[in-house]
Design a binder for this molecule. Sequence first.
Ligand SMILES: NC(=O)c1ccc[n+]([C@@H]2O[C@H](COP(=O)([O-])OP(=O)(O)OC[C@H]3O[C@@H](n4cnc5c(N)ncnc54)[C@H](OP(=O)(O)O)[C@@H]3O)[C@@H](O)[C@H]2O)c1
Length: 286
Amino acid sequence: MATQTLSANMVWRRFGSAKRDVSVIGQGTWYIDDADRASAIAALRRGLDLGMNHIDTAEMYGDAELVVGEAIDGRRDEAFVVSKVLPTHASRQGTIASCERSLARLRTDRLDCYLLHWRGPYPLEDTIAAFEDLRRDGKILSWGVSNFDVADLEEAWLISDRITCNQILYHLEERAIEDAVIPWCEAHGVAITGYSPFGHGRFPGPRTARGRVLAEIAAAHHATPRQVALAFLTRRPSLFTIPKASSPDHTTENARAAELPLTGAEIARIDGAFPRGRRPHGLPTL
Ligand SMILES: NC(=O)c1ccc[n+]([C@@H]2O[C@H](COP(=O)([O-])OP(=O)(O)OC[C@H]3O[C@@H](n4cnc5c(N)ncnc54)[C@H](OP(=O)(O)O)[C@@H]3O)[C@@H](O)[C@H]2O)c1
């Protein structure tokens, strides 16, 4: 699509118990280190220009933390930086060591939110105790979880009610979290960050029936199908999304979804075209 003006009206919302305003459309970074480095950094900085302060990364994502570190250099206060500890590192000492390494790669003295990437071999009590140590030391502002189903959330909540967010798979063709996870998070004031909003690169094509629904709604708003998808995925106050883009034009397109007002009828039409399906046995992940 053509380059758009930089006049996105970003929307920020309170991010759970972090008590910080975070852009509803953020920036993912998985595989961003595979892209041309200058383009990736320009994309992330374009996002900051457009108010996309939510930058998501992880120790698992190769050199992505280095790319983010370069992008936020001199602009740290504009960003809400989220990183994640690998479950195999998430012992009490291991979590602290992973966080220190992430801080060094990101060239910063603090993370705004630190997540357990998914449940692993260590007791949740140990990981959460480490998160609390890091929080007290000012190395993280808040902490949360990722890929947690309701039973995991219940277990973690019994240990501490400081869970800021749950980062989970959420795109038009994978809406399983709407059954129970979204209601649980909303009832407990936990922000929901939906990952892979474009299906990790498998977005409905323009020649499919579903793709045509998105294109028709997009045309009515002089928008794009991806913008329609992002607007749908952030339609509730609890929802945040983190598309990954490695070109400034993609970032601009994604940012402008925040100003797209879908009508109730359009939301119902998307709901019909992308039905939730049966409740899955386990939480889908990527
Ligand atoms: N917690 C977890 O377990 C977990 C798991 C998966 C992902 N995540 C997070 O969620 C983020 C997003 O998910 P994802 O990376 O899996 O996939 P995604 O955001 O669904 O899709 C990324 C793909 O969409 C393309 N794209 C982005 N904006 C576009 C636009 N406006 N027009 C056309 N193409 C566009 C990107 O291309 P370009 O790169 O060429 O721009 C890339 O190929 C990750 O980067 C990561 O931060 C978390």
